[in-house]
Design a protein around this ligand. Structure first.
Ligand code: ADP
Ligand code: MG
Length: 449
């Protein structure tokens, strides 16, 4: 029984309906969390990492049911959750998404959340001691002296002192407030703590202190922690395992060391390369994550990362320089979505500003290639012919034909969706490239050590 994970999230989804018009008809949905699954073992810290907007906070609030998940299961195996927590109709459930009010109340004692901004989570008119002790009272502890003693003790545990009990929130710095938030999260002796970007709002100089405090407390209290951050470097010091999230999905999950030493998803690789390294000998290649994260209302087909992936796969018939292939697909997507403004480029080139046709088509096409990082000539003859013709059509204002021509460039990455598959013990990733045990070519260069 103790082998069982404390928390098992199964195919969890949270879709926000998008409504329009006076009748508020639902016209679509933002698939903020779109089928994520993971376990957290007793005493384990799992990191959840990804760029802003990828669905981390939505995942957290759906797990803890601050928001109702759209579907999926959240199985919680805290002490006593197997026999005693029966739902209204008398059946037993461990699934948080099915808990009734009584079960939820108990669950919210055993699973606590910490947020990014510690300032907003305290009542300015209440001493910090009273606001923590209040939780004990709500959960049935009637002895006032005992409540105070517990809270004073806890303040010591988080690096403050018992005498801070009677002080008010404004008397503390941001870092101290996050310590108080930790004390409050721990006062009910929870099994699980979900920390959503707990150090992101803090000054860089005090982040390490708070992270090491989280580590100490996690050990001392035997907590399981879901630690959310957009920053992989923060994750490294606190997490046993890391789940990497992109556009509502988990694309890689593995022990922390493996994620850093041997990433199996190009998105993970790109996040790693963004970590600044103080070591000048580390000549790792910088992978720039280009373009913005697509909207979760209309995620790309196939692998959701293919619109930005530096390793997006070429069809068998091509052997282009990889950056040229990436540029070609980006150009295709921009032309197809109609966001390439040829007239604007023409105006920008018209340096004498007289608005007359002094800009040649050749200049214009050259400028478009430069703008989109396309070379003067693609190394593949037939690809170059298609691109050249598309550019001809584009400068002749035949946008539709240009889009049609460019649409003949396709990647396997958009044709079907890679599943999360095994890459080793406890290591899973969803990428066609590494599915057949081909390592990411220069993964070694990216080791952030
Ligand atoms: P993260 O915490 O990783 O930055 P969030 O979970 O906050 O991401 O958001 C994920 C996506 O869901 C974003 O595209 C965001 O715009 C969208 N989203 C979040 N909350 C809502 C909401 N209440 N209604 C509609 N969309 C939302
Ligand atoms: Mg967030």
């Amino acid at each position: 029984m103790t082998d069982r994970p404390l928390l098992s999230v199964r195919n969890l989804k949270k879709h926000y309906p998008i409504k329009e018009g006076v009748l508020s008809r639902q016209v679509g949905a933002a698939r903020a969390v779109d089928g994520i699954s993971f376990d957290i073992a007793q005493g384990e810290t799992l990191g959840l990492v990804g760029e802003s907007g990828c669905g981390k906070s939505t995942a957290a609030s759906s797990i803890i049911r601050l928001e109702e998940p759209t579907s999926g299961e959240v199985l919680f195996h805290g002490d006593g959750y197997d026999d005693t927590r029966t739902s209204g109709d008398g059946t037993t459930t461990n699934d948080v998404t099915e808990f009734d009010d009584r079960q939820l109340k108990a669950f919210r004692r055993d699973a606590q959340m910490i947020f990014q901004d510690p300032s907003s989570s305290f009542d300015p008119r209440q001493t910090i001691g009273a606001s923590i002790a209040e939780l004990l009272e709500v959960h049935g502890m009637t002895d006032k002296q005992r409540r105070r003693a517990i809270v004073e003790n806890l303040l010591g545990d988080v690096g403050l002192s018992a005498s801070d009990y009677d002080r008010y929130p404004h008397e503390f710095s941001g870092g101290q407030k996050q310590r108080i938030a930790l004390a409050r999260a721990l006062v009910l002796n929870p099994d699980l703590v979900i920390a959503d970007e707990p150090v992101s709002a803090l000054d860089v100089s005090i982040r390490a202190e708070i992270l090491s405090l989280v580590n100490d407390l996690q050990e001392k209290y035997g907590l399981s922690v879901l630690f959310i951050s957009h920053d992989l470097s923060v994750i490294r010091d606190v997490c046993d395992r890391v789940a990497v999230m992109y556009l509502g999905e988990i694309v890689e999950i593995a022990p922390t060391e493996e994620v850093f030493a041997d990433p199996q998803h190009p998105y993970t690789e790109a996040l790693l390369s963004a970590i600044p390294t103080p070591d000048p000998r580390n000549t790792r290649e910088d992978i720039e994550l280009k373009g913005k994260v697509p909207s979760p209302t209309d995620p790309p087909d196939g692998c959701r990362f293919h619109t930005r992936c530096h390793r997006v796969i070429q069809p068998d018939e091509y052997d282009l320089e990889q950056s040229h292939w990436r540029a070609l697909l980006t150009f295709r997507d921009r032309v197809v979505e109609g966001s390439v403004d040829v007239a604007k480029t023409r105006r920008a080139l018209d340096t004498d500003g007289d608005g007359e046709d002094t800009v040649s088509d050749a200049e214009l096409k050259h400028e478009l290639r430069t703008e989109f990082d396309l070379p003067e000539t693609l190394s593949d003859r037939s690809a170059e012919d298609t691109l050249a013709e598309a550019l001809d059509r584009l400068v002749a204002d035949d946008h539709d034909r240009a889009a049609e021509l460019l649409s003949t460039f396709t990647t396997p990455c958009e044709e079907s969706k890679p599943e999360l598959t095994d890459r080793g013990t406890n290591h899973q990733a969803s990428c066609f490239l590494t599915e057949n045990e081909a390592p990411l070519q220069d993964a070694a260069d990216l080791r952030a050590d």
